[in-house]
Write a protein that binds this ligand. Structure first.
Ligand code: ADP
Length: 469
């Protein structure tokens, strides 16, 4: 079984959020099951092409241009990198200063079109296209019309849909005739995610609860009707973690934390982290590692801050994104020196030190397709306090290994933190909470098995001999 992943990010080559963790680790788990999985992504400036990257000496022709393709096996499977310097050789991945690039239609239109052509250039034809989010959703539209391989579209976040004016159609390599509600059109505009949902042979998302939520108006982002009308409901396959990349006993960025004695490992990491961030080391330390976006509820923590500080909780936040949210956190850190630390950066090593050094980990999301940070926190002995939504409710168990509140509300957040602080105050209770969290199985094994079955189903049902479907 040959599967091509087409995506905008892939760890450890280029990462903005959880999408990269998934595209960088699921192929490894599928490889262990005997599948031949490869991936295509853009050759961004952020990717340092020195380590083990080879030019193929071949190019792919798509949308009227020839693009050189490079290959690296660094993630543990072959990744093809699409070179188009006018589009990808820039400081940002999706944009800069919180603004998407104005030509993202052209940038991701090319990537989606190349996903269909790559096989011929490298002499390897995929049996299945596994597409991720709006950036590559148009590949399903191309595949359906041109007799390409069957496709699975995974929605990692329904809030980002790839919406462009009709004038973008040529840049996307898509014809005017596709601008109809049955394919791409949504409220008079091109909606690439909608096109992918309606054209892919199967649609899925990244947790069982989010799969149900997106079919409701509250979480459907205007596409719930489209999702409800699909012949089969969206799959909800929970993301896993790469347990080797997220191993608190062997992570070189932190002092080892072992399940047999988690408290001493945590204490060493907390002391170092507090020193590094200029925090007083006594109080309970709550960590956050997140994109600064409304979705993530980082503003709720600002609102709850007086109550958290009163309850003896300090906060360390690492994140970048929305300038207004960043300004609120800069002000909070200024107002509460020694109790609130804000690092406005993308920094993988500091993220690891926060997971390892914090006592609590806050994930108060308004919606959360799956969420990886709460799973990493559980593994690193930081007790998650999460809102019950999407994958957060599927992975954290109130009172067992974390604390869960119902609504995106600062008072409910503060109450849940209060319950957590009460539990942590008792050493025996704390040890049990941490050990239960660290023992959770967040490996990809079960979910990779489900993806394997889905691919097999797609191949079985695919029409023979190509042609428009
Ligand atoms: P999302 O994909 O919505 O951003 P997830 O919880 O699925 O959220 O995944 C976030 C991933 O990105 C985690 O691996 C987290 O550690 C990482 N991450 C987020 N922000 C930062 C940051 N500022 N620095 C380092 N890593 C970050």
């Amino acid at each position: 079984m040959k599967v091509l992943f087409a995506a905008a990010e892939l760890a450890p080559l280029v990462k903005v959020g959880g999408l990269a963790d998934v595209t960088g680790s699921l192929p490894l788990a599928l490889g262990r099951r005997g599948l031949d999985v490869r991936a295509i992504l853009p050759l961004y400036r952020r990717f340092v092409p020195s380590e083990g990257t080879t030019g193929l000496g071949r190019s792919v022709r798509a949308l009227g241009r020839e693009c050189p393709v490079w290959r690296t096996d660094r993630p543990g499977f072959p990744v093809y990198l699409l070179q188009a310097d006018d589009l990808y050789d820039r400081p940002g991945v999706y944009g800069e200063g919180g603004q998407g690039y104005a030509d993202n239609d052209r940038r991701y239109g090319l990537l989606a079109a190349v996903a269909l052509e790559l096989g011929e250039a490298i002499g390897w034809s995929p049996d299945v296209l596994h597409l991720h989010d709006w950036h590559t959703a148009a590949a399903a539209v191309h595949a359906r019309r041109r007799g390409g391989p069957p496709s699975l579209l995974t929605i990692h976040n329904l809030a980002y849909q790839g919406v462009f004016p009709r004038e973008s159609l040529p840049a996307l390599g898509l014809g005017e005739e596709l601008l109809v509600p049955e394919v791409l059109e949504h409220h008079g505009q091109v909606n690439l995610l909608k096109g992918g949902i309606l054209s892919a042979d199967r649609v899925g998302t990244v947790s069982p609860t989010y799969a149900r939520e997106i079919c409701t108006p509250a979480f459907g982002e205007g596409l719930d009707g489209v999702l409800r009308a699909l012949p089969e409901p969206p799959l909800g396959i929970l993301n896993g973690l790469d347990l080797e990349r997220w191993d608190p006993a062997a992570d070189s960025a932190v002092a080892p934390i072992r399940a047999a004695d988690p408290l001493s490992g945590k204490a060493a990491n907390k002391e170092r982290l507090c020193r590094e961030l200029g925090l007083k080391s006594g109080p309970v330390l709550a960590g956050m590692v997140t994109r600064l976006a409304q979705q993530k509820g980082v503003d709720l923590v600002v609102q709850a801050l007086p109550r958290l500080l009163d309850a003896g909780v300090s906060v360390a936040l690492l994140g970048e994104g929305d300038p207004a949210l960043a300004a609120a956190w800069e002000a909070a850190a200024r107002d509460h020196p020694g109790r609130v630390a804000f690092s406005r950066a993308f920094d993988d090593a500091l993220a690891r030190r926060i997971y390892a050094g914090s006592d609590l980990f806050l994930v108060p999301s308004r919606f959360e397709p799956c969420g990886l940070t709460q799973m990493i926190a559980l593994r690193y002995g930081s007790v998650p306090v999460v809102r019950r939504t999407g994958g957060l409710g599927d992975t954290v168990r109130e009172g067992e290994d974390g604390f869960v509140f119902e609504d995106p509300d600062p008072d409910q957040l503060a109450e849940a933190v209060g319950r957590a602080v009460g539990a942590l105050a008792r050493e025996d209770r704390r040890r049990i909470l941490l050990q239960r969290g660290m023992a959770r199985d967040f490996s990809w094994d079960a979910s990779a098995g489900r993806y394997h079955e889905v691919y097999e189903g797609l191949v079985r049902c695919a029409p023979q001999g190509g042609g428009e479907r």
